[in-house]
Design a binder for this molecule. Structure first.
Ligand code: ZN
Length: 457
């Protein structure tokens, strides 16, 4: 379904389409058709004749950023258990509160996070969580785009995993893989991880997803000790996924911190994509993903914020900066990830990780998901008339998401003047305040948790 809108030419002193070489265009235009897709990106001198509206911007136009891994409804739990290790954080802080969560709470969390992400220039988010129908409503209300993987777990007292897998399949069979205005919603499968699901469940998810061409979105090797049993039985989590056939699916693995060279070989050979979540991994003390090794192997890599209760920012330009910093510090090589590399990870890299060629770059035929960066900021005080690499460096290293002023999704304005034009942000914040207060459970004590295992001391 494609809504009609007035064709629009955006003209700006700088356009960075995020092609493979991160070309910088000067005095350039982005032409948006009535169907919400890009018709042309070129310098003004090279642009074709245009009869539609024209809007002149004063800064930098970029493609909308793609968040490859998030649980954004968890904004209702933001700040909880922030000093706990992963398993204790899940078992003591998150899962008890999530057991109290209603569909309305998830909708409230998703709506506020959708607003937050759009204000940070994130136009597409790849989610793994519960109550995807309510998430879809919230994303569409804010005007964003999402790939929604319903989470599948096998935990005591929870809905059996088979029922969840069947529901995901039934939903896709009923609506198709993508739906909503401008195909803004895509459904996917979200098996949480190998350590909370039996191999049979992983195999079944893969079979259902392959039949429907759907994305499978899973956590993988986030911490070294979380999946000891799987490693003991199969050698590694990627080896387990290979044994159950899941690597043959359209697969996106989040985190992938603890990978051997052999594991990277398995992912590469199968065409598996990775969502790199550098801030979440650092905050939870999980380690640093081998970004340079994965990129060198040709693995598609995007960037993820992870949930707002584990990061706690939904700021993808911030993740780009952190990813580059960590890659440089772990390799002791300042050329390991350039500013341009980091920007591409947050845009076309994320789209590639999701298996999408219709977002993540300003190219004819893709959706007109765009971000305008305001340059009335100290980060750009050296001017726009600097060499291309300095301009991109100032954007990635100095400016960040605070400079996002305007955002379009499928050519429609969703953020103007750094605020949502669709939703009252303060009301959305108040709704999260009310949900958070209902979800209060006894506070976990970090002193009673062991950092190296799942047992309490
Ligand atoms: Zn996650």
């Amino acid at each position: 379904m494609e809504a009609k809108r007035a064709p629009l030419r955006l003209r700006a002193p700088i356009v960075i389409p995020c092609d493979n070489t991160c070309t910088v265009l000067r005095d350039a235009v982005v032409d948006i058709g009535a169907d919400g897709r890009i018709k042309n990106v070129s310098t003004a001198d090279d642009a074709p004749a245009w009869t539609g509206g024209v809007r002149t911007m004063s800064g930098i136009l970029l493609p909308g950023l793609v968040n490859a891994h998030a649980h954004s409804s968890m904004s209702v739990l933001r700040g909880r258990g922030g000093d706990l290790p992963l398993i204790s954080w899940l078992q003591e802080a998150m899962w008890p509160a999530e057991a109290l969560m209603t569909a309305a709470d998830i909708r409230a969390g998703s709506l506020l996070s959708s607003i937050e992400m759009l204000r940070n220039g994130v136009t597409t988010t790849s989610e793994m969580y519960f109550h995807v129908d309510q998430q879809a409503e919230a994303v569409l209300q804010a005007g964003g785009r999402a790939v929604l993987a319903e989470a599948v777990l096998d935990l005591p007292g929870q809905e059996p995993w088979r029922a969840v897998v069947d529901r995901i399949s039934s939903r896709i069979d009923a609506t198709g893989l993508r739906l909503g205005p401008d195909e803004r919603i895509e459904f996917a499968y979200g098996p949480h991880s190998a350590y909370v699901l039996p191999p049979e469940a992983l195999r079944t998810v893969g079979e259902h997803a392959r039949t429907r061409g759907a994305l499978v979105h899973i956590h993988l090797a986030e911490t070294e000790l979380e999946d000891q049993a799987q490693r003991a039985l199969f050698g590694s989590v990627p080896a387990l996924l290979e044994s159950v056939g899941l690597l043959e699916s359209r697969l996106l693995v989040a985190h992938a911190v603890h990978l051997s060279d052999a594991d990277i070989g398995l992912l590469t050979g199968a065409g598996v994509a990775v969502a790199h979540c550098p801030s979440s991994n650092a905050k939870l003390g999980s380690g640093v993903m081998r970004l340079s090794a994965l990129r060198a192997a040709g693995v598609p890599v995007g960037l993820g914020t992870d949930g707002p209760a584990s990061n706690d920012r939904l700021d993808l330009l911030g993740e780009a900066r952190t990813a580059a910093l960590l890659a440089r510090v772990t390799s002791q090589d300042p050329t390991a990830v350039t500013a341009a590399d980091a920007l591409l990870l947050a845009t076309r890299g994320g789209a590639a990780a999701l298996g999408r060629d219709d977002i993540g770059a300003l190219e004819a035929g893709r959706w007109a998901d765009l971000v305008h960066i305001g340059v009335d900021d100290p980060a750009f005080a050296t001017g726009l008339d600097v060499p291309d690499e300095e301009l991109v460096a100032n954007l990635v290293w100095a400016a960040g998401s605070r400079t996002v002023t305007d955002v379009w999704v499928a050519g429609e304005v969703v953020v103007a003047g750094s605020e949502s034009v669709r939703v009252d942000r303060r009301q959305a914040q108040a709704d999260v305040t009310a949900a958070a207060s209902r979800l209060r459970v006894p506070a976990p004590s970090s002193a009673t948790s062991c950092r190296c295992c799942t047992r309490s001391r």
